[in-house]
Design a protein around this ligand. Sequence first.
Ligand SMILES: C[S@@+](CC[C@H](N)C(=O)[O-])C[C@H]1O[C@@H](n2cnc3c(N)ncnc32)[C@H](O)[C@@H]1O
Length: 250
Amino acid sequence: MHSSVAKLRSVLRRLHGPTTTESSSLAYQDLYIKGKRIQRGTLDTLSIYSSWCVDIDFAGKSYLDLGCNAGAYAFLAADDGATRVVGVDLVNEHILEAKAYLKHYSGRSLEFVTADLFAFLSEHDARYDIVSAIALVRHLIAQKMQAGAQPEDRRFNKWMTFDSFQKIVRRRDPVAAGHFDAVVNQLIAFSMEHFIFSMQDRAGGFLRNKPETIDRLRALNPRIQNCEIFAPSSRNPHHVFFVLSLSPNR
Ligand SMILES: C[S@@+](CC[C@H](N)C(=O)[O-])C[C@H]1O[C@@H](n2cnc3c(N)ncnc32)[C@H](O)[C@@H]1O
């Protein structure tokens, strides 16, 4: 492969992570098993996890990680005392990678499932204390929009532009905002205490308008009591994490 093409691919991978269609042989996540790093990837999962889980106590809790990739956050939460952990990913290759480390957790309730997460959620009615969808929501919005889009509607080819949370907050694109609401609401429904998700925003609008962002999220679902925003990665300052604290499920 031409070296500049290889370099560009590696930069894009670092910025966006593997896409749903990409079959990546390059490790994406740093993997920690029982406190020891056993795989170096392009993503510093420990720093990211350490920032968003700062006020979250996993001990004795159930945790569902949607779009878990090779299971980095699932293993970290298990090591922090989560008693039931489930990771779901669309790509079997990632799930096989995660499953290879299950031998270190024998006797623990830790499970990885290859599935589209909406199919998984519709077949399972369990609720989890903590649910995360990290670097995933924009993929889900894109998938929903593409599934519902008319082929001649060119806007849907430009779904990456919906990375801008500013647009969603200010409802500059009602279709994107509607899909965002639907996706986030659906995922919140499976969460008892906390729902964590992340988005990219090249405009950085959510930082400048933090109260506006929080108000927007609070209005989205009456269960949202509080929202904290973290931008933990110096490698990608546009990647921002939202930790929503929820009132109990009705
Ligand atoms: C950008 S990666 C993020 C991985 C991980 N959450 C992290 O932050 O390190 C997105 C992941 O979501 C998975 N994914 C995308 N669409 C999905 C879907 N509909 N259901 C389940 N997993 C999905 C992809 O296979 C990929 O592993």
